[in-house]
Design a protein around this ligand. Sequence first.
Ligand code: C2E
Ligand code: MG
Ligand code: MG
Length: 263
Amino acid sequence: LILLDAAIERGGLHPFFQAKVSMADGRICGAEALARIATSPTGFANPVPFIEFAECNNRIDDLTIVMTRIVAQHAKSFFVDGKPLPISINISPMSLGRLGFPDIMASTVEAMGLPASQVTLEVTETRLLDYGPNALDVLSRIRIKGFGLSVDDFGTGYSNIDRLQMYPFTELKIDQSFTRNALTEGFARACVETSVRLAKELGLRIVAEGVETQDMWNFLADLGVDEAQGFLMAEPMPAADFQKLLARGLPPLQVAGLQSRRA
Ligand code: C2E
Ligand code: MG
Ligand code: MG
């Protein structure tokens, strides 16, 4: 708990940024902020145990707000072609129980000078928490504030197809467990294909996570996936490195397969 407080209140929380890449042109079209916990001057810990610990100790909203404030501060200086870069921030399903959460999130980003419309909130579903009775209300308020809303890790945890229609999502992210196996396993491939079809039917932007190979990129591009995230294009990195990546752009080599196939 001491470590948790230290991270939340005394600067131990560091967002890393991972590029979201447009499958239409291979260019960076957004960034996802991923929490990292400083364990030593140069070391960072995996966020998952930390997030779970914060959830169990009723500190997750504090963590989200501190994280959001730091992310917003960095995001103000992220531009592509002179346009502000859309930013995604992960939130806990636990926060969907709190009716005041959308207001706090909106005032947090706006106080930092970042419009809510530049931010998409990703609700993760892997940690087996159900959404609870306030979820529809909270998700609607989040949308009314102008945030985008993404269903993260679709197909895992509690996610079910009903939810896509019931809640005001704007984006669907296919979990990397499906992406990773889609070229070798029939079931994973079917999950990816079905997710894409569902998203298109509902008018949601579709994002694939865990894109590690050119073959995977090609497969997803052919299916009509809008955006990809993965080690093939860029790993999560500190803000200063991400800023440099934005300035120089992704190496064209990495999407050469796509461009030559479309040519
Ligand atoms: P997520 O939101 O689904 O994030 C994607 C995870 O996949 C990240 O792990 C990222 O580093 C990793 N990843 C990205 N590309 C690849 C790839 O090509 N291959 C593989 N194998 N992995 C890839 P990370 O950073 O360890 O985060 C894990 C999870 O922790 C996130 O999953 C999210 O659910 C949660 N999380 C991270 N930051 C926050 C936060 O600020 N708040 C909350 N509530 N949850 C967070
Ligand atoms: Mg996410
Ligand atoms: Mg995910």
